[in-house]
Write a protein that binds this ligand. Structure first.
Ligand code: TXA
Ligand code: MG
Length: 342
């Protein structure tokens, strides 16, 4: 696997960008940074190339991919129709962490949409991603560049850890900014529906849309405490993750209890909570008063604890307003257990 760090990330003619684009134009897969997380790209119009994404990640074939574009003209070529609301959203939030689900016209390779009649498209807000898209002159299908089930990569090193030897190359653009994936918004119904909370918040969408719905499946999963031992297949760290609800005091008690039971505990906590803990294995992920900071550091934190060091990772529950909704969605999916005050 080649690793490149382009000297001129915003130049489509940078030699490293050209080399990556050349591989993409020859059905290879290449990882690249976006403003959210690193993506694993392939020519979205080429079924063979797209198949390599599924193989490299070990991704189930029924999970559709997001297509990345550099221009609105590229969207026109992939969809049968752009509703007014989608035009408004593109003009307001693109480039940016918002994926729009639209009616596909069948131009994308059929494995991109996993057999659906709709297609997810976004314009990433990252100089290197946009340079690469301009250099290939193709829409690029790109899921997050992690092995299926692992936390998404926010650094080139994370991609290397998961995919070294399985992909043609990795473009290194440093640490990604948002740190969590894009918001996925279904625009095929009258009222747009959030299918996945992400970098563009519901509150932001509501500044331009009169109504925004949330997929009921999301609320369901958020409210239901997960049973211990439940198979963890999303954003999973190396050791089982426990979410601890309730007060800071309850959190400190639970850490002590788990330690007394003989477990080696790793703690992922806000600065405010970490300051109250006297514990050897703590990773802080920013201030709980600044959820953008927590979002930016969360996936790195989830990758930090190794199974050789800890048996259980515990983390706190964050406020769900703004990008906190996306943070809690990922933590709920990553957790195998929720501890609640009785
Ligand atoms: O920020 C992001 O979105 C990153 C960067 C690389 O752009 N990409 C990303 O891709 O998170 P991935 O494959 O890890 O997640 C794509 C999500 C999945 O939940 C998938 O089911 C959903 O988007 N999706 C894609 N196409 C869809 C469609 N036509 N209908 C419904 N959901 C779709
Ligand atoms: Mg993913």
């Amino acid at each position: 696997t080649r690793m490149w760090k382009p000297a001129e990330p915003d130049n489509p003619n940078d030699p490293h960008v050209r080399e990556a684009a050349n591989l993409l134009n020859h059905q290879e897969v290449v990882a690249f940074p976006t403003e959210t997380v690193y993506g694993l790209g392939a020519d979205a119009t080429d079924e063979v190339a797209v198949q390599r994404i599924f193989e490299a990640k070990g991704r189930p074939a029924d999970n559709p991919l997001i297509v990345h574009v550099a221009t609105k003209e590229q969207v026109d070529r992939l969809v049968s129709h752009i509703p007014d609301v989608a035009h408004l959203l593109m003009d307001t939030f693109w480039p940016g962490p918002l994926t729009l689900i639209l009616e596909s016209n069948g131009e994308a390779a059929k494995n991109v949409t996993a057999g659906l009649t709709t297609i997810g498209i976004r314009m990433p807000d990252h100089p290197l991603a946009l340079s690469l898209l301009k250099a290939t002159e193709k829409p690029l299908a790109a899921p997050s560049a992690n092995r299926s089930g692992r936390p998404s990569p926010t650094q080139a090193l994370h991609v290397k850890q998961d995919l070294d030897g399985r992909v043609a190359g990795i473009l290194d653009g440093g640490t990604t900014g948002v740190g969590l994936e894009s918001t996925v918004l279904d625009c095929t119904s009258n009222v747009p529906v959030i299918l996945r909370p992400g970098g563009i918040t519901k509150e932001q969408l509501e500044t331009v849309l009169p109504h925004v719905a949330v997929d009921p499946a999301l609320a369901d999963e958020n409210n239901k405490p997960k049973s211990p031992g439940m198979k963890y297949t999303h954003y999973a760290p190396e050791a089982p993750l426990y979410l601890i609800e309730g007060t800071d005091e309850f959190f400190l008690e639970q850490v002590e209890r788990l330690k007394e039971e003989g477990h080696r505990i790793g703690v992922i906590a806000s600065r405010e909570l970490a300051e109250q803990l006297s514990h050897e294995r703590i990773i802080t992920c920013g201030s709980r008063l600044n959820m953008a900071e927590v979002a930016g550091q969360l996936y790195h934190a989830l990758r930090e604890f190794k199974k050789s060091e800890v048996d259980i990772i515990v983390t706190e529950v964050f406020d769900e307003s703004g990008v906190g909704a996306a943070v809690m969605n990922r933590l709920q999916k990553a957790a195998v257990n929720v501890i609640q005050p009785s």
